[in-house]
Design a protein around this ligand. Structure first.
Ligand SMILES: NC(=O)c1ccc[n+]([C@@H]2O[C@H](COP(=O)([O-])OP(=O)(O)OC[C@H]3O[C@@H](n4cnc5c(N)ncnc54)[C@H](OP(=O)(O)O)[C@@H]3O)[C@@H](O)[C@H]2O)c1
Length: 239
């Protein structure tokens, strides 16, 4: 039974993680601790893996606490928070000296598939003269815009100048997560996208990744470094 620590347990995503741990994953994993804003993070360091669906600030608080501790290695962490400011991701990266750091702007299988399709086909569409445009939609509570997923897709479509990819965020109602990529030609248009139907896809992805990280750490407690969704799909699932 793996002990999972959770940052952001009281939020929309955190509640889904807790619900799945108590149902689908109840034989493999249990929620050990979910500190609220302002509470001690100490319990997280007793866990087999940590899931973060909170905010960059909370993830950085965890990082600062980890660096202060007299522990050679700390538990691996799957970070899902988005909206990183200038230099913040670089600071988080310091965790790679102490543990396995996994950062994903989107934990869903479908968005991984979308990213891979774009990675393979965007260069051809660029050569053929198509202009990419991203339309992304989320609920009106979402704090960051464009979304972390839209930024990831920009970087895949145009690695050398990602900010040049036109991106239009919609913040309305209770949209869960919608990313549509349009490629405009002179007299035609191609479209590919992903639409989340509920938040379970992100929560399930984060739990699967956390269990994978916990296994990697159990096999080799001194293993550190940064891992991505591509590593997870290629290594854990053999894709
Ligand atoms: N990677 C993915 O697949 C994915 C999918 C969906 C969402 N996300 C991202 O995940 C994050 C959370 O999304 P959400 O919709 O669940 O947001 P939310 O409903 O606003 O929940 C955020 C939670 O984080 C907590 N939190 C914020 N700052 C904290 C701190 N300094 N210390 C401890 N806890 C803190 C909040 O606690 P309080 O209520 O106590 O303030 C709240 O419970 C966002 O960045 C979102 O973009 C990622």
């Amino acid at each position: 039974m793996k002990k999972i620590g959770l940052l952001g347990g009281n939020g929309r995503m955190g509640k889904w993680v807790q619900q799945l741990l108590e149902s689908e994953y109840s034989k493999k994993a249990e929620l050990a601790i979910a500190p609220r804003s302002g509470e001690s993070l100490a319990g997280l360091f007793e866990c087999d893996a940590i899931i973060d669906f909170s905010s960059p600030l909370a993830a950085l608080q965890f990082k600062r606490e980890a660096m202060k501790r007299q522990m050679e290695f700390t538990p691996p962490i799957a970070v899902g928070s988005t909206g990183w400011g200038l230099g913040e991701e670089e600071e988080l990266e310091e965790l790679t000296g102490k543990t396995l750091l996994f950062v994903a702007s989107n934990f869903s299988t479908g968005v991984y598939a979308l990213a891979e399709i774009l990675r393979q086909n965007a260069p051809l569409l660029k050569t053929l003269g198509y202009t990419p445009v991203i339309l992304e939609g989320h609920h009106h509570h979402k704090k960051d815009a464009p979304s972390g997923t839209a930024i990831t897709l920009q970087k895949i479509i145009s690695p050398e100048a990602h900010q040049s990819v036109q991106t239009h965020p919609i913040r309305a109602g209770e949209i869960i997560g919608d990313h549509q990529v349009h490629f405009y030609g002179v007299a035609d248009e191609l479209q590919i996208g992903h639409r989340a139907q509920d938040r379970s896809i992100f929560a399930r992805g984060a739990i699967d990744v956390a269990l994978w990280l916990a296994d990697l750490k159990a096999k080799d407690p001194s293993r550190t470094g940064r891992l991505t969704m591509a590593d997870y799909f290629k290594t854990a699932l053999g894709l």
